[in-house]
Design a protein. Structure first.
Length: 230
């Protein structure tokens, strides 16, 4: 389901997952993360948000328009997945805090928003633009990704002092807590280990190898038709 960033506000609903990324390209690891977060956290839907100008990475290998098109192809057929073009259409860098502010303006102050992050990204939050404001705008769901122990066993020893302080009193093991407030909780959940990365896919394509079964067939066809990553 595509979402126009300028469309009228959606009606109130259950917790909405927010999964951003460069998606260069989007692959089954991203989609499985969205699906498992939706199920584990009882989310009404998950909104995929391709970054237009990712601030924490170098220039993407494909254009924002291509990455948006691939995300739309990947999400087609799953009514629980939405694709948001707001960061692609924006003139500024794709800071998460700005995206969440935009979603708040669109969806209202009371609908729970759930920012979905991997454990590695979560640990790096203090390097993000206005990162402490994220807790006022959304809950944060932390996925235990390949190579990481369940997050509940890692806190607080592995967090930086600044992040540990910001997390104090916010951690919950009960996804039902996401429905009791629009923002402010941190809930870990487990995901199936899938060692798939966009960089792996780009390298395989560049070297003439198959990437079938690492990403949806429509995305594979789009990459071939537009000769991306060659």
């Amino acid at each position: 389901m595509a979402v126009d960033s300028e469309a009228a506000a959606a009606p109130p609903g259950g917790p909405l997952g927010v999964l951003g990324g460069t998606f260069d390209p989007i692959h089954l690891g991203h989609l499985r993360l969205a699906e498992e977060a939706r199920e584990a956290l009882a989310l009404a839907a998950v909104r995929l948000i391709p970054a237009g100008q990712p601030p924490h990475r170098g220039t993407p290998h494909s254009t924002a328009e291509d990455r948006l098109a691939m995300a739309q192809l990947a999400a087609a057929g799953n009514p629980a997945l939405e694709v948001d073009d707001g960061e692609v259409r924006a003139d500024e860098k794709s800071y998460t805090v700005l995206t969440l502010q935009r979603l708040r303006a669109e969806l209202g102050a009371q609908r729970p928003l759930v920012l979905i992050l991997g454990a590695d990204a979560f640990a790096g939050l203090p390097g993000w633009h206005r990162w402490e404001a994220l807790f006022e705008l959304a809950h944060i769901a932390v996925a235990n990704r390949p190579g990481y122990a369940p997050h509940g066993r890692r806190w607080p020893a592995t967090l930086s002092p600044a992040l540990d302080a910001a997390c104090r009193g916010r951690h919950s093991a009960d996804p039902a807590d996401l429905r009791t407030a629009p923002a402010g909780r941190i809930v870990p959940f487990d995901m199936t280990p899938l060692a798939i990365s966009a960089s792996l896919i780009r390298d395989l394509v560049k070297n003439g190898h198959s990437v079938r079964y690492l990403l949806p067939d429509p995305v594979l066809d789009y990459i071939a038709a537009h000769r991306l990553y060659r």
